[in-house]
Design a protein around this ligand. Structure first.
Ligand code: AMP
Ligand code: ZN
Length: 112
């Protein structure tokens, strides 16, 4: 499949990994929007949040828990944000489900 993040998972495209388990990979965003900007993704290909169903509950829960642990590891004691963009209006550019973990500065309150 011609998917950028599947290629990162397969090691065909390099990334700066910060966490890996059987089901989840986390790596630094190549174009960081904050001092800490990490992408957390499932290792199975899921197009995006619109494609989630009951079978994905486990991996999504693991991603949320991974975010909490990485926030602690990266010292985001003053707060952080987790975001997933969906579709064209949501600003999704990579069609493999991913969650942005952002922190390390006071983030903009603008959500839209
Ligand atoms: P989104 O716009 O929500 O689809 O987010 C896609 C994110 O992937 C953007 O923040 C990009 O900077 C990031 N990105 C694109 N290519 C790479 C790459 N090769 N390694 C790491 N992050 C990437
Ligand atoms: Zn993929």
């Amino acid at each position: 499949m011609d998917c950028l993040f599947c290629k990162i998972i397969a090691g065909e495209i390099p990334s700066t990994k910060v966490y890996e388990s059987e089901n989840v990979l986390a790596f630094k965003d190549i174009n960081p929007m904050a001092p800490v900007h990490i992408l957390i993704i499932p290792k199975i290909h899921i197009d995006g949040a619109n494609a989630l169903d009951e079978s994905n509950v486990g991996v999504v829960s693991e991603i949320m828990l991974t975010a909490r642990k990485l926030a602690e590891e990266f010292g985001l004691d003053d707060g952080w944000r987790i975001v997933t963009n969906v579709g064209e209006h949501g600003g999704q550019t990579v069609k493999h489900l991913h969650f942005h973990l952002l922190g390390g500065k006071k983030l903009s309150v603008e959500l839209a």
